[in-house]
Design a protein around this ligand. Structure first.
Ligand SMILES: Nc1ncnc2c1ncn2[C@@H]1O[C@H](COP(=O)(O)OP(=O)(O)OP(=O)(O)O)[C@@H](O)[C@H]1O
Ligand SMILES: [Mg+2]
Length: 275
């Protein structure tokens, strides 16, 4: 099951990796006890890739995402983002990198309650001192299908729409990579599909490099490459043969999936008990 096999179809190595982490570890000091959360993670992500990170709860997915997103620094190892060594930067330098190169999308949207959509999306541009803020923000909202909702407060939007505002906010600075930690985790399946459609479209049309954390194998099947983390290590890194197109194939119901599992199964006992 767990084969750390080399990825047979890795992108050509002449491309420069956007994300290049080498033997990253993260250890938390809990009193006298050391909690080793990441135990040597090495990973290259190339421009235009769309990949998901899966793994059990507590395996270190968010810890890894926070390091990739320059929200946190590794205990040891190297991290090159767009060729720049960001493993040991100061807080201020990390903030600059975050603002310029990373777009983050969270499970819980993280929008400001009393701020309308357009202004939410303008915020990262204010920090980076860009002009034409409202024009860029409007364009980003249009690209996620919210051109008609720019004056709405979060409370006036559905969950799926709020997440789309968050995606527009992540994209407006034209980051090198978009990192999304369970972006569909709080959404019903229809809104989740819409959000996946947007990520897929942005990846295909604009070549935006996207890294997704998900618990849901169905969601992972919509990405091009799946990385499995377990206990702070990568245990598999596989290319998805034929990624699903969001919204094209209906998700099987739980009952259908169960049926698929049980079709051939007979677990012993006297057959007359069952017939
Ligand atoms: N700031 C911290 N201090 C101490 N321990 C932490 C800290 N952050 C995370 N951990 C621990 O690190 C481990 C990995 O946490 P992490 O949040 O990365 O898991 P995860 O894979 O994202 O899980 P989930 O699927 O539940 O979101 C957990 O055991 C957690 O308790
Ligand atoms: Mg997590």
């Amino acid at each position: 099951m767990t084969r750390p096999a080399p990825n047979r179809q890795m992108p050509p190595t002449r491309k420069k990796a956007v994300i290049d982490i080498r033997n990253i570890t993260k250890t938390y000091q809990m009193g006298t006890f050391e909690l080793k959360v990441l135990k040597g993670v090495t990973l290259k992500i190339y421009p235009g890739e769309f990949l998901s990170i899966m793994g059990p709860s507590g395996s270190g997915k968010s810890t890894l995402m926070n390091i990739l997103g320059a929200l946190d620094t590794p205990s040891s190892g190297k991290y090159f983002l767009d060729g720049e060594d960001v493993s040991q930067l100061s807080e201020d330098q990390l903030a600059r990198i975050r603002n310029q190169k990373i777009g983050f999308v969270f499970q819980s949207f993280n929008l400001l309650k009393r701020t309308e959509a357009l202004r939410q999306v303008e915020l990262p541009l204010i920090y980076s001192g860009v002009r034409n803020r409202s024009r860029l923000a409007k364009r980003a909202l249009e690209s996620v299908g919210l051109g008609q909702r720019i004056d709405h407060l979060p409370s006036e939007l559905s969950g799926g729409q709020q997440q789309r505002v968050a995606i527009a906010r992540a994209l407006v600075t034209s980051p090198s990579v978009v990192l999304a930690d369970e972006p569909t985790g709080n959404l019903d399946s229809r809104s989740g599909t819409e959000v996946m459609q947007i990520f897929q479209r942005l990846n295909q049309q604009q070549g935006i490099t996207t890294v997704f954390v998900t618990h849901d194998p169905w969601i992972a099947r919509h990405t091009q490459r799946v990385i499995m983390l377990r206990d702070g290590k990568i245990i598999a890194d596989e290319r998805v043969k034929e990624p699903l197109v969001a919204g094209e194939v209906e998700r099987p119901s739980d009952a259908e999936e169960l049926q698929g599992i049980f079709d051939e199964t007979y677990y012993g006992g006297d057959e007359s008990e069952y017939t």
